[in-house]
Ligand binder design. Structure first.
Ligand SMILES: [Zn+2]
Length: 476
């Protein structure tokens, strides 16, 4: 859906941030708190690779701008001296700690402020009667106002300050294909709305940035009638558990099962519980099946490059969660052992040097040389290394899928009843090369976007989608 870099960012960065948040507690408003619906989203900030020392604003509806600041309640306060500026085009530059605004047409300086000793300069476009304000910042159109402040690295921080639904109209079409079914877009809008409300003031002097680090936000660039409708039709609705706003994580595709938050990050939240996903696997994602073979030398090099001291790998022991997702991998050189668990198990084998990745938490690892260690079907020549695609015929002739991830199952053999380790957990894999096989893309926690698409195509509504992926929640 997006470039590989974005894919990796979506995989890795949210993991770090989410882990921090899950450790740090619950920085969100309770049901009884009034919900502040003005959002502060950074368009340029220190360290996001898009340093700018100048910017331009053009009032798209042809009016001027007010100068002022946002108070602690996020209300715009017009400067008592400077008022409306008739100019429709402004240039904003930074020098030291001073922000300067000039009229582009006349080059006349309109405003100058030291944002270190005063406040970030807020510039509010003036709408015409019955018009909604749209402003060009560079080559992108945005709703709302803008805040400029000098950074210590000599560049400018630019923050877009706007109503939550106007913000969401710039998120939904970036995070989900705008032509996907409306109910899936509405579920996406719900998740994005909760996400930003549970991340207020969590990102330096703003709420969220505009990249995959938080949620991709592109102003009006990709907004369509359908994505706007998804926001408008869910306006004011939040996903709650016991009245509290939920942490609504989402991922592209889980490949067959979501995962409990404690098995990926740290804290278990009651509504982020892993489940087999009957919808995600019914739809083409582009990440339905991926597999890479790593030589022992490659794994050793990857671990060494990432700072771990270990000799040539001779074995790996995987363990899996109850839903069959990867939980941990223990690599050994026969002397030293290293264990990577939870989200670290997903990222440790990622290597741009070798072009090999584990894109989601749903993968298995086994020796490439020895035969699979799991089940034999009818004879030793037909083997499976797991029971994900095993069906059983019942006494009444009914056919049902064998439950996966349940640990051990009993089988009738020529020498009586035997127990089979159906999950593959804890089975030592040895050899000089190892195969990872998986499906999905993302951290597996919360809503699957492709799963939501499949549910919408199957006639499910947005609230049914939300309640499928977030157990025990209410909407309101
Ligand atoms: Zn961010």
């Amino acid at each position: 859906m997006r470039r590989k870099l974005h894919r990796l960012l979506r995989t890795v960065l949210p993991t770090l941030l989410s882990a921090m948040l899950l450790i740090g507690g619950t920085p969100y408003a309770g049901a009884s708190s009034p919900l502040n619906t003005t959002i502060r989203v950074a368009l340029r900030h220190a360290g996001n690779g898009t340093d700018v020392s100048s910017a331009s604003l053009v009032n798209y509806v042809g009016h001027g701008f007010y100068f002022g600041y946002f108070d602690s309640s996020r209300n715009f306060v017009k400067n008592s001296v400077e008022t409306a500026v008739g100019a429709t085009s402004l240039d904003i530059t930074v020098s030291g700690s001073t922000i300067t605004v000039t009229n582009r047409q006349t080059s006349q300086m309109l405003y100058q402020i030291d944002t270190n000793t005063n406040y970030p300069l807020a510039i509010m476009p003036i709408p015409g009667p019955g018009e909604k304000c749209v402003t060009w910042l560079g080559s992108v159109k945005y709703y709302g106002a803008f805040e400029f402040s000098a950074l210590s690295n000599g560049y400018m921080q630019v923050v877009n300050v706007l109503n939550i639904d106007d913000y969401l109209k710039g998120v939904v079409p970036e995070e989900m294909m705008p032509y996907w079914p409306l109910e899936a877009l509405k579920a996406q809008a719900m998740c994005a709305r909760n996400y930003v409300m549970t991340h207020l003031n969590s990102h330096g002097s703003f709420d969220v940035c505009n990249t995959t680090c938080c949620q991709v936000y592109g102003g009006l660039t990709k907004a369509s009638a359908a994505t706007d409708a998804a926001v408008d039709q869910t306006s004011g609705l939040f996903i709650r558990f016991n009245g509290e706003l939920c942490q609504t994580y989402y991922h592209s595709s889980n490949g067959g099962a979501t995962e409990s938050s404690c098995n990926i990050w740290v804290t278990q939240l009651p509504y982020l519980t892993g489940r087999i996903d009957e919808y995600d696997t019914t739809i083409y994602t582009g990440f339905d099946n991926w597999s890479y073979t790593y030589t022992a030398d490659e794994i050793t090099d990857i671990l060494n490059t990432k700072g771990y001291s270990i000799g040539t790998i001779t074995s790996v022991v995987p363990t899996y969660t109850a839903t069959g997702n990867m939980y941990s991998m223990t690599f050994s050189d026969g002397n030293v052992s290293l264990t990577f668990s939870k989200s670290a198990a997903r990222s440790i084998l990622d290597s741009s040097r070798y072009g090999k990745y584990t894109y989601s938490q749903r993968f298995r690892i086994s020796s490439a040389l020895s035969s699979p260690t799991g089940l034999y079907i009818n004879s030793g020549a037909n083997s499976l290394d797991n029971i994900n695609s095993v069906y059983a015929v019942g006494g009444a002739g009914d056919i049902s899928k064998v439950k996966t991830g349940g640990g051990n199952i009993s089988v009738l053999t020529g020498s009586g009843l035997k127990t089979v380790n159906a999950s593959g957990s804890g089975v030592v894999q040895t050899g000089s090369s190892f195969v990872v096989t998986g499906s999905g893309w993302g951290h597996n926690v919360g809503m699957s976007q492709y799963g939501a698409k499949a549910m919408a195509q199957a006639g499910k509504t947005f609230d049914e989608i939300i309640k499928y992926y977030f157990s025990g929640v209410s909407i309101g």
